[in-house]
Write a protein that binds this ligand. Structure first.
Ligand code: FDA
Length: 286
């Protein structure tokens, strides 16, 4: 039952399912980031098993010529019990990505991971320039500073609003404040990219008002379309994904897959009450 409903947001359970979804999305002129779902692992064998899937994905992307990169979570690679192990494992994935001309995005988790995620990304980016980047969340007060910190080092940022439950001690409490911060940071990033820095950025949102604001901003300020791409989640606003791609903007869809779908699915439900209504309607129909 849950598995059937999760199919709205998750491409399937296996690498084969993920690659098929990737191929399908690529055929629409849209790039992909593949995410083998998993987080908070507690033993090394689990972390190694997660990493093995990423190595398999990178080989498959390369062999099939797919337009895709990968997104990983540090807690999936052992961050909770051995941060040095997690850094080593992700480093091996980035090394592999650089050998096959791909890219690794280190997803951002709850605020307890923020500093460590940025620091690990910085160390890996120093070893593998342009092959690794991370995610910043507009709901955190610290993100304006983190944006400058990463831009100064030429590290690619995916900007999102933030999906974890955070307190007012670290995060803006209202949606209006988060949205305003998002707009501020997004403009800063594309302006920096425009000014010849070469730091390409990912604008990860489905918020049409914000997307319209960016489109107006890039028109007025002559920001080239090659300075940024839009990023959206699999199964959310496919109409908008296709429209932006048809308008010749770079669009990348984040495709999650795998049996560890539950926490990801719950975050997607929490984002939008209508998703819960959809879930309940299907529950009573089933
Ligand atoms: P907002 O929540 O304001 O939604 C705007 C509109 O988008 C809604 O009105 C609706 O139309 C649509 N929408 C949004 N969410 C929906 C949903 N779940 N179901 C149906 N419609 C929905 N977060 C994080 O903390 N760390 C990370 O690493 C990432 N990575 C990431 C990658 C990519 C490619 C994306 C797009 C997002 C993330 N996120 C993330 C998640 C992000 O922080 C955020 O929670 C969601 O994108 C929802 O926020 P929006 O910006 O879409 O705006």
């Amino acid at each position: 039952m849950g598995r059937k409903l999760s199919g709205r947001f998750i491409a399937g359970m296996s690498v084969t399912d993920a690659l098929a979804a990737c191929d399908h999305v690529n055929r629409e002129g849209i790039a992909v980031s593949l995410d083998s779902l998993g987080e908070s692992v507690t033993v090394e064998a689990e972390a190694r098993a997660s990493a093995a899937i990423y190595h398999q994905l990178l080989d498959a992307i390369h062999e099939r010529g797919l337009n895709a990169n990968v997104s990983v979570k540090l807690s999936q690679m052992g961050m909770d019990f051995d941060p040095a192990l997690a850094e080593r494992i992700v480093g091996e994935i980035v090394d592999h990505a650089s050998q096959v001309g791909s890219f690794v995005r280190i997803d951002m988790e709850g605020s307890l991971y923020t500093e460590a995620t940025i620091a690990i990304t910085e160390r890996l980016a120093a070893r593998f320039p342009d092959r690794v980047g991370t995610v910043l969340q507009a709901y955190l007060y610290r993100t304006a500073q983190d944006t400058e910190r990463l831009l100064a080092q030429g590290i690619r940022i995916r900007l999102c609003k933030g999906a974890y439950k955070e307190g007012p001690d670290v995060a803006f409490p209202t949606k209006a404040e988060v949205d305003a911060n998002y707009v501020r940071l997004m403009k800063r990033m594309v302006t920096f990219a425009k000014d010849g820095s070469g730091v390409f950025c990912g604008i990860a949102t489905h918020d049409e008002v914000i997307i319209e604001e960016l489109l107006a901003f890039v028109r007025t300020n002559n920001v080239p379309q090659t300075a940024f791409e839009f990023q959206m989640l699999y199964g959310i606003r496919r109409d908008l994904q296709r429209q932006l791609a048809a308008d010749r903007f770079g669009v990348r869809v984040y495709i999650p897959f795998g049996p560890e779908w539950y926490p990801y699915f719950m975050r997607r439900l929490a984002e939008r009450p209508a998703n819960l209504i959809f879930l309940l309607q299907n529950f009573f129909r089933a």
